[in-house]
Write a protein that binds this ligand. Structure first.
Ligand SMILES: N[C@@H](CCC(=O)N[C@@H](CS)C(=O)NCC(=O)O)C(=O)O
Length: 197
């Protein structure tokens, strides 16, 4: 398999953590890619020009991180990251949506930072920052249990991205339960191996 990859992307990190947790990392060749330059090789596989994009051994392109991670669950024999059914599955998917939503808002903030902060950009930046704050408050009231399913993986990658790109904004302040959960989650070998530098 081939993975269109960018080292700073939290969505790519999510896929890398899934690969490691499921013991599949040896099966993937990483193709370093800048999606913002819309390279032809990526566009051939993903018209959205986004990473991560996985190309299976059969040549099937898969995106986005949700589709890729669920596909990976069908390979190998390690415990799946997506629970089969019922409230466990719904809970994991909900947490994934929240983690992915934090990443979307944080990546959007980061993308806008180099540009002049006119009224429109300040407004959008403020909305994204507020959404992130509310999501983290929700997570502090309902922290994941362990790094054991796709929801927890997504939340951990989202928090890791905030530490990486917004280190001067202390998201831990006033959120002790989420802080304690993340301290344990980021010590997981798959999180340590994928920590952005
Ligand atoms: N929903 C997507 C989001 C992927 C995404 O936003 N990737 C960013 C990098 S962090 C990207 O490729 N951006 C390129 C662009 O927007 O042109 C997923 O879960 O994979």
């Amino acid at each position: 398999m081939q993975l269109f990859y960018s080292s700073g992307s939290p969505f790519v990190r999510k896929v890398m953590v899934a690969l490691l947790m499921r013991g599949l990392e040896e099966r993937v060749d990483l193709l370093s890619t800048n999606p913002h330059e819309s390279p032809a090789a990526l566009l051939q596989q993903n018209p959205l020009s986004k990473v991560p994009c996985l190309v299976t051994v059969e040549g099937l392109p898969l995106f986005d991180s949700r589709v890729i991670c669920e596909y990976l669950d069908g390979l190998g024999t390690a415990s799946p990251l997506f629970p089969d059914s019922g409230s466990e599955r719904t809970g994991a998917l909900l947490l994934q949506a929240l983690g992915d939503g934090v990443m979307d808002a944080a990546v959007a903030r980061r993308m806008q930072q180099p540009y002049p902060q006119d009224e429109g950009r300040r407004h959008l930046g403020g909305r994204n920052a507020a959404a992130i704050g509310r999501a983290l408050d929700w997570l502090d009231r309902n922290p994941p249990e362990r790094l054991r399913d796709i929801g927890a993986v997504s939340v951990a990658c989202a928090l890791g991205y905030l530490d990486f790109r917004f280190a001067d904004e202390d998201w831990r302040e006033g959120r002790p339960a989420l802080t304690a959960w993340f301290a344990e989650a980021e010590a997981h070998p798959a999180m340590v191996a994928t920590r952005p530098a």
